[in-house]
Structure formats: C-alpha cells, structure tokens
Ligand binder design. Structure first.
Ligand SMILES: Cc1ncc(COP(=O)(O)O)c(C=O)c1O
Length: 557
C-alpha cells in the first residue's frame, strides 16, 4: 500500500513539472480549466491573439489534457489491443440472429435437441485456447439452439419478448459493468435508481417509502418476509430466532412457491406457513384468512405476516387486497403484496383496479421483467417504511460505506441490500420507459390483457376447447379435447386420457419449433394448457395461431 502511494505521487509530481516546463497556456483559462491544469499560471497574450486563441481554446485545452494522459500512459503498462473485429462480428450476429430473426413469426421458436445430442452439437468442453473464428461459430450455435424467448409465439413463461431500447440498455449495462453499492462507483445509476423507484412508488400509491432492485421476485418476497420480521422484532437481527416468539405467516394455497422457500430459508420452518383457501378462480378467501389467524393464535403461535398475491402464477388470480388489508389492520399484521406477475397492471388505468387497496400494504414485490416486458432480471421490493431496508440489512462495512466521504452518502444504497456487489438492473427499464413514456407502457399492458381476453373468447367458441376459468390476468387456462373424446362420459379414464393431451401436444410443438405453451395439473384439474401472454409485440392474430396450432398438432390424438 505504502509503495503504491509513493509511485502515484511520483507520477503526479513529474507530470506537474512537465506541464510547467511546456508553458503552453495561451489564454487565461476559466476556473474549471485552471483546476484541470494543476493551477498553472497563465501567460497574457494580445487581444488579437486572444480572440484567435479563444476559438481554439476548448480544443487546445482538450489537447493539453489528452497530452497529459499520454504522458501518464508512458508510465503505464501497454494496453492489450482490443479485438474490435471479434466484437463487431458478434454484435452483427446478435442483432441479426439473436434479435431480428428471433422476433420473426416465420422463424422457429426453438430448435430442440435432447441433452446428449446437444452435447455433440456444441463443443462445451474447456481446455486449450480457442480461435476467434471458432468462438464465433460457437456463439452462432448458442443462438441457434437457445429458445427464442423474444419470439411472438413463446408463451411458456411469465416473461417474453424483447424491446430494442431495453436490449440496448442491457448492452450498455454490460459495457459499463457497474456494481450498485456506492455513488462513487455508480453515480449515474444511483440517481437513476432513485428516479425509477420514486416513479414506481407513486404508481403503487405509497406516499413515501423505499425500494431495492433484487435478483428476481423470489428474492424480493424473501426480503418482505425479512423486513416484516425485523419491523416487529428488531432484536431478531442480533439474537436470531431464539430472541423472538414463534411467528407464523399466511398465504393462499395458490401463491408462488417462493413464499415457502423464504419461510424455510429464514429458519421459521414450513410448519409456520399457514395456507389459506382460495375460491373457484384462485383468489384468497378473506374469511378463511381470519379463521386461520384465530386458530394459529389459539395454538400459541404469533401471526406476523400475510402475503396477498396480485396475479397468481398459474391462474393469474388477484387476491382481494382491500379486504385482506382490513384483516391485517384488525390483527396488527404486516401485509405484503406479491405483484411479481400482476404488478404491471398498475401502469394501466383500465386494469389497476385489480390491485385495489395495494396502497394500504406494507410491502410489494413487482417484476418489470414480467408483464412490462423488461429483459431479465428486473424485480423490486417496495416498502412504505422508509429506512427499514437499511436498518434491517446494514452491516456498515467500513471499506465501502464510510460516512466521512466528500459527497452525499445517502446515494450509497448498497447497505440496504443483502448483497454486496449488485447488478445494474435499472438502466434497461429506464431506457425503455424513456422511449415509451407512461402512455406507451399503458398501451402495451392493455394490449396484453386484451389479447388474453380475446384468446379466452376464442377458446369458448372453438370446438374441442374448454376454458377452465375466466382470466383475471393474462393467463388463459384451458383444455383441448381431441375429437375421439368429445361428447363422451367424463369418467376417471376419460380424464386420464385428457391429462395426456397437454404433454403430447407440447412435445409436438417443441419438436416442430412452432410455439411454446406450458401445461400442468393443479388441484382437482388434470393437465391443462396454461397460455401466458407476456410479450409486448403480441397481436390478436397470434391468439388465433395458438388455437389453430393446437388443433393441427392434436387432431389425431
Ligand atoms: C406470483 C409470483 N411471485 C414470485 C415469482 C418469482 O419471480 P422470479 O421468477 O423473478 O423469482 C413468480 C414467478 O413466476 C410469480 O409468478
């Protein structure tokens, strides 16, 4: 350490000396330039000379600065030549095949291979150095054999599509490679995060509050479980579970599995996660919540947390937040809204009523990488309780979060997080939002909901299809009944045959590469199709394609 200081001091003072010797400042520099030039004393020139010099002053100053850099560079080790050619070719390939072609409806969604075959097609092994040519051909294979989630017929998961501005944001993110813990290493993104967070807090309806970008909705939900526990039992941070009562949490039987993972991860034990019944369309039944809270109390447990889901993973149901908030208020419980999936509805005047009462929650998870079409990953945990994230998670690492820095350290947000290094997930969202504006996002959210509603209508009208339930979000769940099974008595055997349709049609669509739609069983329902509309480029004719393609692939089953 000591030798470093001496070295840099030497470089600095010799550069200073050289600048003095050169004596090449021709006009009086501004205050700013003076500082840049190590407080060099200017030499006065005539007016004529001055005006001439004025014209070239900026340029000259730049030259001088760059000269200074060059002088420093002489001392620095030689920089390895950057392989522009490699990057140029890769960029061209990504743009052409990874982006443009991947979004083309005439192209395949995937080129399926079984794992053993894929191992033969791509040389995955590592060892000796590989030529650029070979690496580029491997990159081409990466694109070829990867699923094109940007394709307008990728309906498999709760994310999809690819917006050019956000893709640009991703590329810029990777280029800048910032870690978002301190303002000193990520000044631009620290300010950007704050703007985006404030904007989204406003959409939720939290008057004040705070948020943190997290690596996915599961982690955001875990944050909620953790800050809620700390809020009620701050001693848990020091004493752990031994220092607090046996607390329990409540969530619906249709919630995302990350709630269970979180409870287990936090050492509360799965026995302390209480499942609340749902109605016929998958919404939490508030009366059952209250009943379960009272039962838990009778058993000596201490209720502390209720999770309401805004857009369940399979059915897309929105729990009745307002009614759940009343119960939470009555029993003094933390209300978390898992809006990882359905949170995007808050961008739409037409659909935000689905989250009515969300402004009464204590925290909310919202994944812009789902309904809002931002590339993965982009998820946030919001809380109305300002300062809580920091109090709960801070470890005050002295090497990062010095309080005696020369700038406003409230922009050093890293200690609010459970991570140290944290990826920049804000830029791609910010760029996309800049391009679309609020209205653009609203239009895209509305379009996705309207496409899902249109598909539900098609399913109701077309022969051989049966809708499981009216969609609330953009999940459309339905059966396809092949001709030979239509009009038959619905015995166990019949249902067993129906349960084979989903897997068989799925296999056929993946082998054809024509589209991807998920299937699964749920509760009393045997395997059904769960079609997800989560792509900002989708149009109604894509919905017609889904129905026609299932008929084509499943007609002989
Ligand atoms: C309701 C809900 N919550 C949380 C998650 C988890 O989000 P992530 O996949 O970003 O971890 C999901 C994922 O689909 C979800 O549907």
């Amino acid at each position: 350490m000591a030798s470093c200081i001496t070295e840099s001091h030497k470089v600095h003072s010799s550069a200073h000396k050289r600048i003095h010797e050169r004596n090449d400042f021709e006009v009086e520099p501004t205050e700013k330039q003076r500082i840049t030039m190590f407080s060099e004393k200017p030499v006065r020139k005539s007016n004529k000379e001055n005006s001439l010099c004025n014209n070239i002053m900026t340029l000259k100053t730049k030259e001088t600065q760059s000269d200074n850099h060059k002088k420093h560079e002489k001392k620095a080790p030689k920089q390895e030549k950057v392989k522009h050619e490699f990057l140029d070719k890769l960029y061209e390939m990504m743009l052409r095949d990874g982006f443009m072609k991947a979004r083309d409806r005439n192209e395949k969604v995937l080129e399926f291979s079984h794992p053993e075959d894929l191992k033969k097609k791509i040389d995955f092994e590592l060892g000796s150095k590989t030529s650029d040519e070979k690496i580029l051909s491997l990159c081409q294979d990466v694109i070829k054999y990867s699923v094109k989630v940007a394709h307008p017929r990728f309906f498999n998961q709760l994310y999809g599509g690819l917006d050019e501005y956000s893709l640009g944001g991703c590329w810029l993110t990777e280029t800048m490679n910032a870690s978002l813990y301190t303002y000193e290493v990520s000044p631009v993104f620290a300010l950007m995060e704050r703007v985006v967070i404030d904007k989204m807090l406003g959409k939720i309806g939290f008057q004040d509050g705070d948020a943190m970008f997290c690596p996915g909705g599961s982690i955001s939900n875990m944050y909620a479980l953790n800050i809620a526990r700390y809020f009620q039992y701050p001693e848990v941070k020091k004493k752990g579970l031994r220092g607090i009562p046996e607390i329990c949490a409540f969530t619906s039987e249709k919630c995302h599995y990350s709630i269970a993972k979180g409870v287990a991860f936090m050492g509360m034990g799965l026995d302390n996660l209480i499942s609340v019944k749902t109605d016929a369309i998958g919404k939490m039944i508030p009366e059952d919540l209250e009943k379960k809270i009272l039962e838990a109390k009778e058993q000596g447990m201490t209720p502390y947390f209720v999770n309401a889901t805004a857009g369940t993973t399979v059915f897309g149901a929105f729990d009745p937040i307002d009614e759940i908030a009343d119960i939470c208020k009555k029993y003094g419980l933390w209300l978390h809204v898992d809006g990882a999936w359905g949170g995007g509805a808050l961008m739409s005047k037409k659909y935000r009523h689905l989250l009515k009462g969300v402004e009464r929650a204590d925290s909310m998870t919202w994944n812009p990488h789902k309904l809002m079409g931002v590339p993965q990953q982009c998820s946030l945990i919001f809380t109305r309780h300002k300062g809580l994230l920091e109090q709960c998670h801070s470890a005050n690492a002295a090497y990062l979060f010095q309080q005696d820095k020369f700038y406003d350290v409230s922009y050093d947000t890293g200690d609010k997080s459970i991570q140290c290094g944290r990826k920049n997930d804000v830029l791609k969202l910010w760029i996309m939002w800049k391009n679309k504006g609020d209205e653009g996002f609203e239009r895209d959210i509305d379009n996705q909901f309207e496409c899902a509603e249109y598909l539900a209508e098609l399913v109701k009208q077309r022969e051989g299809f049966e809708l499981l339930l009216e969609p609330e979000c953009t999940n459309v769940c339905f059966y396809y009944i092949p001709e030979r099974l239509r009009g038959k008595e619905r015995t166990d055997e019949w249902w067993s045959e129906i349960s084979k349709v989903g897997p068989k049609v799925k296999e056929a669509m993946m082998k054809a590469g024509s589209m991807m739609v998920g299937y699964q069983p749920d509760g009393q329902f045997v395997n059904f199709f769960r079609m997800i509309v989560s792509n900002l480029d989708i149009v109604k004719s894509d919905m017609e394609f889904v129905v026609d393609e299932i008929i084509r692939l499943g007609k002989d089953l």
